[in-house]
Design a protein around this ligand. Structure first.
Ligand code: HSE
Length: 310
């Protein structure tokens, strides 16, 4: 295989109670990317459609992730990348992760799959580091595995794929403002009280247990963030109103998607997820901010190959 075209899904990181450790992959929303083998060694980004992003490989998250991979794998050829960037940077739904994870996933396919998913996550994290200054894995892990993932440990890296209850749907509202992950990480505190820690890890355990047992009530009760949301939500117009409206519409829970500004809700069944979407729209129409709303099933496949001429 000399060339591959792929779809890289958008992702929701943190999922309220799992800052930097939990994530899930969305369906239908994502980037497309073509990666091809070329005679010239190294990595060259030849085209980026949709967004203004650096073409220099080491400054581009996709390029940086492939450079990290090639440090572990000698080739006498190189790679060219074309990115169709449909996920806006600074949207909170894993824009940089889609590029970084997609790039290393595609290169691994072209090389005959020498690397495991965990190894690909480690390379993709180097792309995340270029984007936000921090090599977090909670977006790249679900992009690569699909479904829900838990980063049990960063050192050594230990990512655990989690099951997806069949009736779970996500609704995401993306206010058209940009919040850079690097900036929204600066506002959070690095120390937490034991009291908040107890609440947070109780919820994290509850959410994981709820996913395994398909206990939607437990999932809903666990979608609470006592540490990050109270601080970051101040940066998101209408956050409290949206949260209240989604719960009234029947969502199991609602929180900030990644570092924001997108807000996500999880619901049982597509009808409730669509009702939640309508409630989000009605709430946001009262504010002077443009927005997009998506309803999505949880994407169980992660990054996938697509036909070259679609
Ligand atoms: N865990 C990261 C953060 C995700 O919240 O900063 C960024 O998408």
């Amino acid at each position: 295989m000399e060339e591959i075209k792929i779809f890289c899904p958008a992702t929701i990181a943190n999922i309220s109670c799992g800052f930097d450790v939990l994530g899930l992959a969305l369906d239908g929303v994502g980037d497309e990317m073509v990666v091809r083998k070329v005679a010239q060694e190294g990595v060259k980004i030849t085209k980026i459609i949709g967004q203004e992003l650096p073409l220099e490989a080491e400054k581009n998250v996709a390029g940086a992730a492939i450079i990290a991979l090639l440090e572990d794998f000698d080739t006498e050829f190189g790679f060219q990348i074309e990115i169709d960037k449909k996920i806006k940077p600074g949207s909170g739904i894993g824009s940089s992760a889609a590029s970084a994870a997609g790039a290393v996933w595609a290169v691994n396919e072209l090389l005959g799959r020498p690397f495991t998913k965990q190894e690909l996550i480690a390379f993709a994290m180097q792309g995340e580091k270029v984007a936000s200054g921090v090599a977090h894995a909670d977006n790249v892990a679900p992009a690569i595995y699909g479904g829900f993932t838990l980063v049990r440990s960063y050192d050594p890296l230990d990512v655990v794929p989690l099951p997806t209850p069949k009736e779970l749907f996500a609704t995401v509202i993306h206010p058209q403002i940009e919040i850079k992950t690097a900036d929204s990480r600066k506002v959070i505190k690095t120390n937490i009280s034991l009291e908040k820690g107890i609440k947070q890890w109780g919820n994290l355990g509850g959410l994981v247990a709820g996913l395994f047992t398909e206990d939607y009530g437990l999932i809903g009760r666990s979608l609470e963030d006592h540490i990050i949301e109270p601080i970051r939500s101040i940066l998101i117009p209408g956050f409290d109103e949206i949260k209240e409206a989604t719960i009234i519409a029947g969502a199991l829970g609602c929180g900030i998607s990644g570092s924001g500004p997108s807000i996500f809700a999880l619901s049982r069944g597509i009808e409730t997820a669509e009702k939640v979407a309508r409630a989000m729209k009605e709430t946001y129409l009262k504010l002077d901010v443009d927005f997009d709303v998506h309803v999505s099933k949880i994407n169980s496949e992660g990054i996938k190959r697509i036909k070259a001429h679609t």
